[in-house]
Design a protein around this ligand. Structure first.
Ligand code: FES
Length: 68
C-alpha cells in the first residue's frame, strides 16, 4: 500500500528502510523522500514506521555483551 503518493513510497519501502537502520520519519525522508513534497503523508509515514519498528522488535540481533 502506498504511504506517500508524491514520491511513490510504499509500506514495504518503509519496512526495508527500517531493516536498513532508519528509526525516524526524518531518516525516512532522507532515504526515501517520504513526506518531502505536500507533507500529507507524514502521519501515515509515522504509523508505518512504528509498525515496522514493532515488527523489528525481537528479530533484531543485539550484542549481549561488549568486549572491553
Ligand atoms: S503524499 Fe507524501 S509528500 Fe505528498
Amino acid at each position: 500500500m502506498y504511504v506517500c503518493i508524491c514520491n511513490n513510497v510504499t509500506e514495504r519501502d518503509i519496512e526495508q528502510a527500517v531493516r536498513d537502520g532508519a528509526r525516524t520519519v526524518d531518516c525516512l525522508a532522507d532515504r526515501l523522500a517520504v513526506s518531502t513534497c505536500c507533507g500529507q503523508c507524514r502521519c501515515y509515514a509515522e504509523e508505518s514506521l512504528q509498525s515496522a519498528l514493532g515488527a523489528l522488535d525481537g528479530s533484531e540481533e543485539l550484542p549481549l555483551a561488549v568486549a572491553v
